[in-house]
Design a protein around this ligand. Structure first.
Ligand code: ADP
Ligand code: 5GP
Length: 218
């Protein structure tokens, strides 16, 4: 995917596909929410899922909640950039809104697991920046899952069982952060995004800018 964007100043640049992953409960949704509140060049990818909504979750905002046959049709029609089985349900990233966001000059934020990060990287290569968020400890991870109060004891046990294997994929990411203090971790994530926007390889407008500058001698 190679859509140039005009965001981030007067020079054209390629949009960033910014992936946040973590074991469930480490804090990626909290960090994603803060990024969306504070960065107006970013749009959030809303995944489709076959899992039932949790209390308070809004269709089309947190996820597109679909049944299994609908999800399978979407897979067959090539509507997903990536998709995977997670916790016994299917989750996928719809392709069209991502392309529309990039066309509109926005970078795109993804809250997806390691399988999605891997597939997205295969699809879009250097446009993808992958950040993995670790909890400070397994004990703190479990405490956060219980404090969040959104899952039953059985679901929390299943998430904790899965956490170790998810953490095992830390080395498939470009950046790995420990979310001890949420403000500090958010600042680190935002710093990474800002710096990645400035990479020379993304600044597609630079060649023309430099040539014009040198020609004019200004
Ligand atoms: P995830 O999206 O990774 O499943 P959440 O963002 O929902 O995780 O965070 C899980 C719980 O932990 C939430 O109740 C959140 O407020 C809390 N939390 C997030 N970061 C921290 C932190 N650094 N310290 C303490 N609690 C945190
Ligand atoms: P939850 O059910 O807690 O919302 O999400 C469970 C896990 O699925 C999280 O790790 C989340 O990052 C991941 N996930 C959410 N949407 C997608 C998606 O579209 N693709 C993939 N691969 N993972 C997703």
């Amino acid at each position: 995917m190679s859509v140039p964007s005009e965001a981030g100043g007067s020079l054209a640049r390629r949009g960033v596909l910014f992936v946040l992953s973590s074991p469930s409960g480490a804090g990626k949704s909290t960090i994603a929410r803060k990024l969306m509140e504070n960065d107006d060049q970013l749009s959030m990818s809303v995944s489709a899922t076959t899992r039932p909504p949790r209390p308070g979750e809004v269709d089309g905002e947190h996820y597109h909640f679909v049944d299994v046959p609908t999800f399978k049709d979407m897979v067959g029609d090539g509507e997903f950039l990536e998709w995977a089985h997670v916790f016994g349900h299917r989750y996928g990233t719809p392709r069209a809104p991502v392309e529309a966001s990039l066309e509109a000059g926005c970078d795109v934020l993804f809250d997806i697991d390691w399988q999605g990060a891997q597939q997205l990287y295969q699809e879009a290569g250097n446009d993808v920046v992958r950040v993995f968020v670790l909890p400070p400890s397994m004990i703190e991870l479990e405490r956060r899952l219980r404090a969040r109060n959104t899952d039953s004891a059985e679901v929390i046990d299943a998430r904790m069982e899965r956490a170790a294997s998810e953490i095992g994929h830390w080395d498939g990411y470009d950046y790995v952060l420990v979310n001890d203090d949420v403000e500090r971790c958010y600042e680190q994530v935002h710093t990474i995004l800002r710096a990645e926007r400035l990479r020379r390889s993304r600044q597609t407008g630079l060649i023309g800018f430099v040539r014009r500058m040198v020609r004019k001698g200004e």
